[in-house]
Design a protein around this ligand. Structure first.
Ligand SMILES: [Zn+2]
Length: 201
């Protein structure tokens, strides 16, 4: 695969955009062009195999065709260009390491906390729509990852501004900041199981 795809690298450092025009679909195939514009996404890893970001399938194909990345996981479909066939990448890896500035920690917001906790109430395990401060803010609790959990409306109301030991509740896990950007969190992995081996959640 690697030799086929790197053979497509534009001579003299052509741009990724230029190689886009070389992408053609095999006659009679509608599935692949629609996949390219369907919002399908690929997981892009650095050359160190560390997850970098999620890119559109179209961008992923262009990275492979320009020799800037190689395909690690594919869904089995193949895109044919004039000179070679490129497996549609589900996971791809840059051929050269790029230095990435230190990631800013993701702040705990309603969206990111619900995502970290997979929309499960930390107290009853039911579906959660709200965020609860384990140590209530009204009693000095801080708004930080270690003090916020997803909670259902019912549990949130029942707990109110009390401490867990005051009502005999306890957490079954220790809340922590997600190790990666929540972009790579459990919900992303559920959406694309082939990413799971490359992403720690
Ligand atoms: Zn609940």
């Amino acid at each position: 695969m690697l030799t086929e795809t790197t053979a497509l690298a534009p001579e003299g450092g052509g741009t990724v955009g230029a190689s886009a025009r070389a992408v053609t679909a095999p006659p009679g195939s509608r599935a692949i062009p629609s996949a390219l514009s369907s919002g399908a996404r690929s997981l892009l890893l650095n050359a160190s195999m560390e997850p970098l970001c999620i890119v559109s399938l179209r961008r992923a194909v262009l990275l492979v065709m320009s020799g800037k990345a190689t395909v690690l996981e594919t869904d089995g479909r193949v895109l044919h260009s004039e000179h070679a066939a490129v497996p549609l990448p589900v996971v791809l890896c840059l051929t050269r390491y790029v230095h990435v500035p230190v990631r800013k920690p993701v702040p705990p917001t309603r969206r990111t906390v619900l995502q970290r906790d997979s929309h499960r109430c930390a107290y009853c395990g039911g579906g959660a729509d709200t965020v609860d401060h384990v140590h209530p803010r009204s009693r000095g609790g801080r708004h930080e990852w270690s003090n916020v959990v997803a909670a259902c409306v019912r549990c949130n109301h029942r707990k109110a501004d009390r401490l867990l030991h005051e009502i005999g509740w306890e957490l079954t896990f220790t809340p922590r900041a997600p190790r990666w950007s929540v972009t790579f969190g459990s919900s992303a992995v559920r959406a694309e199981p082939l990413w799971a081996a490359y992403v720690r959640t």
